[in-house]
Design a protein around this ligand. Structure first.
Ligand code: GLU
Length: 513
């Protein structure tokens, strides 16, 4: 097959793009690029009741942020546009009428009350799934049960109608899913889905099939929640006579909650404190705000790498992949069937990797920007020293500023637990002597190694083991029992500030025991 691969991401603009949708977009992108094909974006906005302003721009910005922008889209139209279904809305009715003509669809005139009455009847008869289907349609008001003349009359008088697919009574629908293998569904379990709604708009099913066909889509890669719709789609391809060019299907595994119990939802993110959206989002109707991966401090490379592994793996031990390496390594047959647990710790791990390998200059920019936003003008040399101090400890860019607060603010309180255990006479003696030495001579160059040498000499002269008092030293200067390299902290603070902090601690902290 030397046909060009064409895949599409087809979101409905009904709110912020969920992380699962973003993974679908990424897999489509990776597959298209791997195969030297095209990645399309089609906005499926035929359901006007669910349209949310800003959602389309959000999708565009999210993809651009990750560097997986489509080759063809509403903003970059190719030859098969428009790429918004609302702009193609006139084109769908002829296809539905064609199906009626071919005997694969029909007009249905049932009112909401009549449909409800049918459901009640079926429920009373203990039908588990009351449906408008090949059996029940025989009792309803549609062009299969009404006379031709009556149908014409109803249409001419402008009576509201829908067009439904006419599914065969007893037939096995089979197709081969690239991830799941053979899928076999019996039509007796399916209903006669609406294809055209009474407002003249197509439903998802009709518009999706017609557009995939007209846009030359070769592979449909989408979430597992669409698997139940696939048999109808396969039937529609057959009804239209487009079987030859039917795309291949690949239904991606579900994204599961961190504990593996059920589908990942926005509430899980809220509850456990992680984003499930790529960018910050404010719902234009409710005003509800949701945080995004970008604003939380995830780098695009890290999120891409993380997303790629939510359902796919390269088949070996490698985990770190740039976008182009992902393209190179990607294949649909390495996508698993089973749902994938969403493990935010892994996302952080990727972020640490990508953040820590940035240049010192780049990292310093993060620090300087945050400092400036807080109204602090940091001197460059000092900022560089801070970056060296923290670069192996950060997870997010904001950590450079956040975690360096111990440098800019002397502690006013001390970790009680550490104080309770470590603040003893030996520690106080070493600190007294050390502070006095720092105060006495500030002409000696003060860097991490001379600060350390002086501290060691002090302890040795007092015949006190430095190891035993080290945590108390850290406590006195930073307020905490753990943190970044203490001697580097001393070097950045300078001897006078270190001495001052020690004096304050000696003055403030009561002795234990
Ligand atoms: N509009 C559907 C969605 O919102 C598209 C599903 C598909 O890819 O067929 O996900």
């Amino acid at each position: 097959m030397n046909q060009e691969v064409r895949v599409r991401f087809a979101p409905s603009p009904t709110g912020a793009l969920h992380i699962g949708g973003l993974r679908t977009a990424l897999y489509n992108y990776l597959f298209a690029k791997k195969m030297g094909g095209k990645f399309l974006l089609r906005i499926e906005d035929t359901d006007q009741t669910r349209f949310v302003p800003g959602a389309e721009e959000y999708i565009q910005e999210s993809l651009a942020w990750l560097g997986i922008s489509p080759d063809e889209s509403p903003w970059k139209p190719g030859a098969v546009g428009p790429y918004r279904q609302s702009e193609r809305k006139e084109s769908y009715l002829p296809y539905a009428l064609d199906l009626i003509e071919k005997g694969h669809a029909y007009y249905a005139f049932d009112t909401a009350e009549e449909l409800e009455a049918m459901r009640e009847r079926l429920t009373a008869a203990r039908v588990v799934q009351p449906q408008y289907n090949s059996i029940t349609r025989t009792q309803m008001k549609n062009s299969l049960t009404l006379s031709k003349a009556e149908v014409q009359e109803r249409l001419a008088s402008g009576q509201p109608y829908v067009i439904r697919a006419k599914l065969p009574l007893k037939e096995e629908v089979r197709f081969q899913d690239l991830i799941r293998g053979w899928v076999v569904v019996h039509t007796s379990t399916l209903d006669d889905k609406v294809l055209m709604k009474s407002d003249g708009m197509p439903t998802y099913h009709l518009a999706n099939i017609v557009d995939d066909h007209l846009m030359g889509i070769t592979h449909v890669i989408r979430g597992e929640e669409w698997l139940p719709s696939a048999p109808l789609h396969v039937l529609l391809y057959r009804f239209f006579g487009w079987e030859e060019s039917m795309p291949q299907f690949a239904h991606l595994p579900l994204l599961l909650k961190p504990d593996g119990n059920g589908k990942l939802s926005k509430r899980d993110g809220d509850k456990l404190g992680f984003p499930v959206f790529p960018l910050n989002w404010t719902d234009p109707f409710s005003g509800e705000k949701s945080s995004g991966f970008r604003e939380t401090g995830y780098l695009p490379d890290a999120l891409l790498n993380f997303l790629a592994f939510l359902g796919w793996n390269p088949g070996d031990e490698r985990e770190i992949f740039s976008l182009s390496e992902l393209v190179e390594a990607f294949s649909i047959d390495r996508i698993g069937k089973a749902g994938t647990k969403f493990d935010i710790a892994k996302a952080k791990w990727f972020n640490e990797h990508y953040l820590r390998q940035l240049s010192v200059e780049h990292q310093r920019e993060y620090l300087l920007q945050d400092a400036q936003a807080a109204g602090v003008q940091l001197e460059k040399g000092k900022a560089t020293a801070v970056v060296h101090l923290l670069r192996e400890r950060v997870t997010f860019p904001g950590d450079f500023w956040k975690d360096s607060q111990l440098l800019w603010q002397a502690p006013s309180e001390f970790d009680e637990e550490v104080a309770g255990k470590k603040w003893n006479l030996e520690a106080k003696t070493v600190l007294e002597t050390y502070a006095a030495a720092l105060e006495a001579d500030n002409s000696i160059p003060f860097d991490a190694s001379s600060a350390k040498a002086l501290l060691e000499a002090t302890a040795e002269a007092l015949e006190i083991k430095l190891g035993k008092v080290m945590q108390a030293v850290r406590l006195a200067v930073t307020g905490w029992g753990a943190g970044p390299d203490l001697m580097e902290v001393f070097a950045i603070l300078g001897p006078q500030e270190v001495a001052k902090r020690i004096r304050f601690a000696l003055h403030t902290l009561p002795l234990v025991g």
